[in-house]
Write a protein that binds this ligand. Structure first.
Ligand code: NAD
Length: 237
């Protein structure tokens, strides 16, 4: 199916699940995880997104997250984020599940958004789990929670950690009901994506994948190109 046929198909659907990954924000200048050269001070960034890395050296991990905050703070949503937000404005049955933690969908005005992997801009108390918004991009001393005066950590779902039950329920409900799924800029390597696509496929939803290369998403229709270029075309009126 070409992009024009995909666009016409989607115009006939009401219940649509959109799943976005790091490639959605690549054109905003935010590096993906599995792209080339994703290292921070000589460490593979995938090894930093773990609870054990934080336990071993919280200052190092916080410095990496503060660096990521400063990259995002200097960027903004791209044409793909804006097109998706605008298109879903009047579509109450569109749900967007993002693996991204950068907050760019929110900044573009996205409604019905489930941020399954948390937010770069939230801190969590390591003692009681309370979360608060924090927009700092530097800490002289590591942050401590106002509730327990305990060390705070980034409120991100790290490798091996569980997604919040409320987010699982919302995203599974959207996958169960969807007539179509659009995956955008995700390698499809994370079970968050594969399980939602599997649920929707089993319910006969049509799966569309936008990516610059062939991803592992089990799509019926692959649209090759960047999110910033293809999302506005696919969702054009
Ligand atoms: P990933 O890094 O594994 O894969 C990115 C995918 O995007 C690749 O398949 C790549 O081919 C594709 N891509 C790159 N540029 C693109 C573009 N301009 N348009 C369309 N596609 C493009 O990302 P993932 O599958 O989302 O999994 C990585 C994990 O890392 C997620 O859990 C996410 O939370 C986290 N992460 C988030 C951010 C962010 O918030 N922006 C950035 C890096 C990693």
């Amino acid at each position: 199916m070409d992009i024009e046929s995909a666009r016409r198909f989607l115009r006939l659907c009401e219940r649509i699940l959109v799943i976005t990954g790091a490639g959605m924000s690549a054109e905003s200048g935010i590096p993906t995880f599995r792209g080339e050269g994703q290292r921070w001070q000589n460490c593979d960034v995938k090894d930093l997104a773990t609870p054990s890395a934080f336990d071993a050296d919280p200052r190092f991990i916080w410095d990496w997250y503060l660096h990521r905050r400063s990259v995002v703070a200097a960027s903004g949503p791209n044409a793909g984020h804006y097109a998706l937000a605008e298109w879903s404005k009047d579509r109450s049955e569109v749900t967007v599940v993002t693996q991204n933690v950068d907050g760019l969908h929110e900044q573009a005005g996205q409604r019905n958004l489930v941020s399954v992997h948390g937010s770069l801009w939230h801190n969590r108390c390591t003692k009681c789990g309370h979360e608060r918004i924090d927009r700092s991009i530097q800490y002289a001393d590591l942050p401590r929670s106002p509730c327990c005066d305990a060390l705070e950590r980034p409120a991100i779902v790290w490798m091996g950690e569980r997604i919040a039950m409320s987010d699982i329920e919302r995203s599974h409900a959207a996958a169960f009901d969807a007539e179509a799924v659009i995956t955008i800029g995700t390698s499809g390597a994370v079970t968050t994506v594969t399980s939602l696509v599997a649920i929707a496929r089993a319910r006969c939803a049509e799966i569309f994948d936008i990516n610059v290369e062939r991803s592992a998403v089990e799509a019926h229709c692959r649209l090759f190109g960047t999110a910033g270029e293809l999302v506005p075309k696919l969702l054009a009126a």
